[in-house]
Design a protein around this ligand. Structure first.
Ligand code: PHE
Length: 378
């Protein structure tokens, strides 16, 4: 493992030279993707991969770019720490990809980003929202908002919409996303005059949350904020109901997965979360995307990760077209100057921090369905 890292600069310099030749003479443009196709957060990886694949297929159906077809090389990181580094090292050094798309989860993007940065291979995360992801360097981009915005929107939702002022927070200490979102939420909550009633931790993947929930219950807060991922959230909601707790529970984009409902059932009914977009949004780009996604994937309704996976690949394609090359310095500059891009998830620009300024939507689970509630503009 260690020697792999030490070797990286030399190997990737070769890979860049190799890619340089390739884009002149090779017959495809190789695009790398790393995603959690299997493992604990598989629904994230599958959705974002499907959106990404659809975009690549659409670009190819229209003739490809620079006279070549795009070739998507996907590595499954199995939702395991350590695998994102292996995946991008392989994609860059062995496969010679010109850019990397991924990941959904912030911790996994943060693991891969330094490798992409060092190799000068542009990386576009579809949906990692932790602010530090793009701070890794000038080759790292995202096509979504950050948790500075999402945390503030959730705090405003708590104090404004729910009229809840004393909030209990249960954070997954294994996830950079969860820790960051909790921090950004707290900052805005306190500036709104609200209070953290009690703040407790868990390790993502744990199955028993009764200890933490009993402590929270004893403190009788107005609401519970869960800045975690869907699988843990479903179990927490079930166990809260078992303890007879009946206060509002809400969270962020990490909640978005059909499994939240299939596992959580009536325990998640009435809960709220914020996310990137809703298939119910009637923009022409969203309508077109939903139709082609359903056609391609047997009637499946796309979620936010599918939309953002699609947009990440389309931003890359648009940038290759504008740069008129896949050479990394020029390609990086083209991605950085993406302006008013009409994505499936809405129109956006890449800002000076290499993030996207975009609105957020609130969803409520009603009748076992994700129901669109409201949009919050940046
Ligand atoms: N924003 C989450 C993270 O940074 C990932 C995520 C995005 C989850 C969109 C669900 C939907 O880890």
């Amino acid at each position: 493992m260690k020697s792999r890292f030490l070797l990286l600069p030399a190997v990737s310099a070769l890979a860049i030279a190799f890619t340089g030749c390739k884009s002149g003479g090779g017959d495809t443009i190789k695009v790398g993707e790393f995603a959690s196709i299997t493992g604990k957060e598989a629904t994230f990886g599958i959705s974002s991969h499907e959106g990404t694949l659809l975009a690549i297929e659409e670009v190819n159906a229209k003739g490809g770019l620079l006279g070549k077809k795009l070739e998507l090389l996907t590595e499954d990181d199995q939702t395991k720490a350590g695998e994102p580094a292996n995946a991008v090292n392989k994609l860059i050094s062995k496969d010679g990809v010109i850019a990397i798309l991924g990941e959904v989860a912030s911790s996994r993007s943060l693991e891969a980003a330094p490798i992409c940065q060092q190799s000068k291979i542009p990386m576009i995360s579809p949906s990692s929202t932790n602010p530090t992801v793009t701070q890794v360097g000038d080759y790292i981009f995202r096509v979504c908002f950050t948790d500075i915005f999402q945390g503030a929107a959730l705090a405003n939702f708590a104090t404004g919409t729910l009229k809840a002022n004393r909030i209990a927070i249960l954070t997954d200490v294994k996830s950079d996303y969860s820790k960051g979102l909790a921090k950004n939420f707290k900052e805005k909550l306190t500036s709104n005059g609200g209070k953290v009633a009690v703040e407790l931790d868990y390790n993502g993947g744990e199955k028993d949350f009764k200890n933490q929930l009993t402590t929270i219950k004893a403190d009788s807060p107005d609401a519970i904020f869960l800045p975690g991922y869907y699988n843990d959230v479903a179990l927490i909601c079930i166990q809260a109901k078992q303890l007879g707790m009946d206060i509002p529970i809400f969270g962020g984009d990490g909640w978005e997965s059909d499994s939240l409902i299939t596992v959580g059932k009536e325990a998640v009914e009435g809960t709220y979360f914020s996310t990137h977009c809703s298939p119910e949004e009637g923009t022409p780009e969203m309508v077109a995307f939903v139709a082609s996604y359903k056609k391609r994937f047997n009637g499946k309704i796309p979620d936010a990760m599918a939309v953002l996976g699609y947009d990440s690949a389309m931003v890359l394609a648009d940038s290759i077209k504008r740069a008129e090359t896949t050479e990394s310095v020029a390609l990086r500059a083209a991605i950085a100057t993406t302006k008013d891009f009409a994505g499936a998830g809405g129109k956006f620009s890449i800002n000076a921090n290499r993030d996207a300024d975009k609105p957020l939507v609130f969803i409520q689970i009603k009748g076992g369905k994700f129901t669109y509630k409201a949009t919050v503009k940046p």
